[in-house]
Design a protein around this ligand. Structure first.
Ligand code: NAP
Length: 320
């Protein structure tokens, strides 16, 4: 009998066709609306495979209903949306899509750093709203990127790719990571520091760790108080790593100079989130990996992982 798979969002046709060669498919056939919890609860109870996105919370409660499930294939590198411990206890394989999105996410992170430092969104808005009256010496002046010190928190795949881009701008690179990376330090001419030193010395602080119990609220009041008043925080990792209330206060009170955010504690971010009221915040709707090529690669890798696990073979990327 062919296994059945539930796909939690409309994915590209060629990926559907690939999965359909080996499995029967049911799918939440929407592109912009996440699958409701009650639908997912019902569907998960009768399928062998789940192909899901980071928008789905796969917790212990929902997994309790998954009596036949063999694999959860997450179309993302981050898997904080899945209760890994509960999945492991039930013998369910969890897979993710690392690597294929590394360069695209590093590109976006550096783009956000540049946009925030040089006030690109604010400047474009100034022009369109008719406020560009004349050239003025200090109008819309920002922070230099060339020669500045970049502190990267989390020196994994994307952290290292970000450092490569920073090298091209002659930045001094500091990093803080769970483990030290001596070979990478030499290759990328970076210095390993403790977290507080990185925060004190950096002009830009970029967060590139996963979202875990250890990194939850890693950056809050205490950390902002250590940072330079001219410094810029960039977060393209996950929202909960930065305490948003503390970030708002730090930005409002001039404790740090600006922030660029691709991710939020709650997504989609509420329009009454106070961070959206600040001119010194550049916000994006979680588009780190959003290039056409990369999203196709992620969708395909998630399908490969799913199909291998369904056939009791080892997927390309196993979380547990
Ligand atoms: P990765 O290769 O696993 O790198 C993560 C790094 O964080 C590792 O070097 C790890 O240290 C370090 N780390 C983990 N816990 C830490 C802690 N408590 N303190 C300090 N360092 C810690 O992952 P990646 O592929 O670079 O992706 C990183 C994250 O970016 C993902 O988890 C995801 O949440 C986010 N992301 C966001 C987007 C977006 O669209 N905005 C796109 C892709 C990824 P070790 O080297 O010691 O293991």
């Amino acid at each position: 009998m062919r296994p059945t798979v539930y796909i939690t969002r409309r994915i590209p046709d060629e990926i559907i066709a690939k999965i359909e060669e080996e499995c029967d498919i049911r799918m939440w056939d929407e592109t912009d609306i996440p699958v409701p919890r009650n639908v997912l609860e019902k569907e998960i109870s009768s399928v062998e495979g789940l192909y899901c996105l980071l928008t789905e919370t796969i917790d212990r409660e929902i997994l309790a209903k998954a009596s036949r499930l063999k694999v959860i294939s997450n179309m993302a590198v981050g898997y904080n949306n899945i209760d890994i411990k509960a999945a492991k206890e039930k013998g369910i394989t969890v897979t993710n899509t690392p690597g294929v999105l590394t360069e695209t996410t590093a590109d976006l992170t550096f783009a956000l750093l540049m946009a925030t430092a040089r006030r690109l969104i604010e400047s474009a808005d100034c022009l369109r709203s008719g406020n560009w009256k004349t050239w003025s010496p200090m109008q819309l002046t920002g922070q230099d990127i060339y020669g500045a010190t970049l502190g990267i928190i989390g020196m994994g795949r994307i952290g290292a790719s970000l450092a490569k881009r920073a090298k091209g701008f002659d930045m001094n690179i500091l990093y803080y990571n769970r483990s030290q990376k001596p070979e990478l330090e030499i290759e990328l001419n970076m210095k390993y520091t403790d977290l507080d030193t990185l925060l004190r010395e950096s002009d830009f602080v970029c967060i590139m760790t996963p979202y875990t119990p250890e990194t939850t609220n890693l950056i809050g009041n205490r950390e902002f108080s250590l940072m330079k008043k001219s410094s810029i925080l960039i977060n393209t990792a996950r929202g909960g790593i930065v305490n948003e209330n503390d970030l708002f206060q730090a930005l409002r009170d001039g404790e740090i100079w600006a922030a660029g955010l691709d991710v939020f504690e709650q997504e989609p971010v509420c329009l009454d989130n106070p961070l959206l009221s600040l001119a010194n915040v550049v916000t994006l709707p979680h588009i780190g990996s959003a290039s056409i090529k990369t999203r196709m690669k992620m969708a395909e890798l998630a399908a490969d992982n799913l199909l291998l696990a369904i056939k009791n073979q080892t997927p390309k990327h196993v979380v547990v």
